[in-house]
Write a protein that binds this ligand. Structure first.
Ligand code: NDP
Length: 241
């Protein structure tokens, strides 16, 4: 592929799990990647691995929970790295707790990162996609956005909201050459399940791997421009765990 034809992707939450696997899958497919998360050390390790397969990689430490800075930081990344062809809004947090026990602060934290930061990341990149009349936005929602699970209320709301955001964005941007895909995975064996805000005891051996989900994300990204996957649900073959 010539330098002119090379695609550039920006992946949020690229330091771990699905985002990391997506970064490596994109790099292997010849896509240059801008990696975003809070952890410079973890991003550096991903960047080193991606560079080994010949991709141009740059990392950017951004706390996507600092909502008032997200849009301008995304614009600055695109100015530094080059126009973004594929935006993968993957960063997110899990949260377990019955709704009756969820504080306003916890509720807002989940919705801020899982929806509002996606809105702001997208708004940082969208004007340049509009100007070029092309682009692919891939949002990582969850099966929890399509189906309610007891004890996951705030998370389900955030992921259902993300599906609605994706659908509205797709309708608004279709005629401008921009396609929007929502990926809804079932359980994936990542650090998500070890985070402080998630308290769940599932058999992780039956979960999807991040590499499997990354292949679906890559597939959506590489479809010819005249085709778009609107929504893709990918589950462990054992179903909901
Ligand atoms: P991980 O915990 O492995 O990865 C989460 C990523 O998000 C990390 O790279 C983390 O980077 C980044 N992140 C978290 N908070 C912030 C922040 N404030 N600012 C910037 N980056 C942040 O989880 P997964 O890979 O499993 O999750 C990725 C996405 O997939 C999430 O949106 C999740 O909801 C979704 N998902 C996960 C499923 C699962 O079973 N694992 C199932 C369905 C959907 P860092 O800590 O370096 O900032």
């Amino acid at each position: 592929m010539s330098v002119e034809q090379k695609r550039r992707a920006l992946i949020t939450g690229a330091s771990s799990g699905i985002g990391k696997a997506t970064a490596l899958a994109f790099a292997k497919a010849g896509i240059d990647i801008a990696l975003v998360s809070r952890s410079v050390d973890k991003l550096t390790a991903v960047a080193t691995a991606a560079e080994h397969v010949g991709a141009t990689v740059k990392l950017y430490t951004v706390d996507l929970a600092c909502l008032d800075q997200v849009q301008s930081k995304m614009q600055a990344i695109a100015s530094d790295f080059g126009d973004i062809d594929i935006l993968v809004n993957n960063a997110g947090m899990g949260y377990t707790g019955n709704l009756k026990d969820t504080s306003l602060q916890e509720w807002q934290k989940v919705l801020d990162l899982n929806i509002t930061s996606v809105f702001q990341c997208t708004m940082g990149i969208l004007p340049a996609m509009r100007a070029r009349g092309m682009g692919t936005v891939i949002n990582i929602s969850s099966v929890a956005g399509k189906q309610a699970f007891s004890g996951w209320g705030a998370y389900c709301v955030s992921k259902a909201g993300l599906i609605a955001f994706s659908q509205a964005l797709a309708e608004e941007e279709r005629s401008h050459g921009i396609r929007v895909t929502t990926i809804c995975p079932g359980a994936v064996n990542t650090e998500f399940w070890d985070t402080e805000t998630v308290n769940a005891d599932f058999d992780r051996s039956n979960m999807l791997t991040p590499e499997i989900v990354a292949q679906s994300i890559l597939h959506a990204a590489l479809l010819p421009q005249q085709a778009a996957i609107d929504e893709l649900t990918i589950m462990p073959s054992a179903g909901v765990l």
